[in-house]
Design a protein around this ligand. Structure first.
Ligand code: SAH
Length: 355
């Protein structure tokens, strides 16, 4: 909990222990803490005024001293393939996007951790404004709660921290959010159903290991060597391709999770047979899974294209034949600009400017 005496952070950021302490301080019976926690974290009731099972006095005090939800659902866009994009507005007028990706047996929520992003991968729209600000724990947690509300009875089954922003540069706010998602009195997510994707550094991967959170990790590699990666990920430093792969393997060993690298396929940049061979050599015998993502088009770089479907399959086959484990990701939600790299806070055509 932040500075005592000041307002508590938004309700959605409070752990059960925080709420225990709060109700004890207020002289309320202890079971109220659990009641509030379950209402927020399990049922997604974000506004204390809506907690109709609580006495009026407690509702009012929560509203008064803890305050309003950190996010407000402003707009929903639905893709023809079932993907939905929620546009959430924040208390300072910033906005953030959350994507819900349904599968045959999954309902995956893709959450953002920053407004904008400081990394600036050349093919990703989220980095175009640079870093605007980090999201707070409540703003991160509420994205999943808002998605759960959108889904009605169908709870989210997986969380991927692959929306706007670089998650490990905001680990301080992300870590408590993950702990809230896995809390058994809340949504009770298994950490193996949560994946954090990072384009940062091996040092930050080690920081994630040190939290003891056993979530899945995906490392955004995008090039088999530093020269290629540096052209695509401007923060890349000499030696970083190797240190990131080593960090992914270390992460896998320490946590018992698989190591995955992501590789966005861009025609003419990193999709030639020699790139596939170099990637296969880099990963030979290292038990790292490769997830190939054909580029989703972005407005700010109309010159960048995905390879053809056949070329992408050939790239995947070449890596598989060299003995690596590889999947080619299908594109989802790009008709509403909800696909990887397309989150850029544009409004739907014709909706005008809103609050
Ligand atoms: N910042 C984190 C998480 C967000 S992006 C990271 O970079 O890992 C999740 C994945 O989508 C990353 O691998 C990212 O490189 C990829 N991505 C970004 N823009 C894309 C685009 N236009 N097309 C396809 N994948 C993209």
């Amino acid at each position: 909990m932040s500075e005592r005496g000041l307002r508590e952070p938004a309700l959605a950021a409070l752990s059960l222990q925080d709420l225990d302490a709060l109700v004890a301080r207020w002289g309320e019976p202890r079971y109220r803490a659990r009641q509030v926690f379950e209402a927020v974290q399990r049922r997604g009731v974000l506004d204390p005024e809506d907690m109709t099972t609580l006495p009026l006095g407690l509702r009012a005090r929560l509203a008064d001293e803890v305050g309003k939800p950190a996010t407000t659902l402003q707009e929903t866009r639905q893709s023809t393939d079932g993907t939905a994009k929620l546009l959430l507005s924040l208390s300072d007028g910033q906005r953030v996007e959350t994507v819900i990706i349904p599968g045959s047996e999954r309902r995956t929520v893709c959450v953002s951790t920053q407004v904008g992003c400081p990394i600036g991968c050349i093919f990703c729209a989220s980095g175009v404004p640079g870093l605007v600000r980090n999201l707070t724990t409540a703003e991160i947690v509420e994205q999943v709660l808002q998605a759960a509300r959108h889904l009605g009875g169908g709870r989210p089954s997986h969380i991927v921290v692959m929306g706007m922003g670089e998650p490990l540069l905001n680990l301080g706010q992300l870590e408590p959010a993950i702990r809230l998602w896995v809390a058994k009195e809340g949504l009770g997510f298994s950490p193996r159903r949560i994946t954090v994707s990072t384009a940062s550094t091996s040092a930050l991967v080690d920081k994630l290991i040190a939290t003891g959170l056993r979530v899945n990790l995906a490392v955004s590699l995008h090039g088999p060597d530093d020269a290629t990666r540096s052209r695509l990920v401007p923060t890349n430093r000499p030696g970083q391709v190797e240190t990131l792969v080593e960090a992914a393997i270390r992460y896998a060993r320490r946590t018992g999770r698989d190591a995955t690298v992501e590789y966005v396929l861009i025609a003419g940049e990193n999709d030639r047979p020699e790139h596939a061979d170099a990637l296969a050599r880099l990963l030979a015998g290292r038990h790292v899974h490769v997830n190939l993502i054909p580029l989703n088009p972005v407005d700010h770089r109309p010159d960048l294209d995905a390879p053809s479907g056949l070329a992408a399959k050939a790239f995947a086959r070449r890596i598989a034949e060299a003995g690596a484990s590889v999947t080619l990701r299908a594109r989802r939600g790009d008709d509403i600009e909800a696909a990887c790299g397309q989150l850029a806070l544009k409004r739907a055509p014709g909706t005008g400017e809103g609050a």
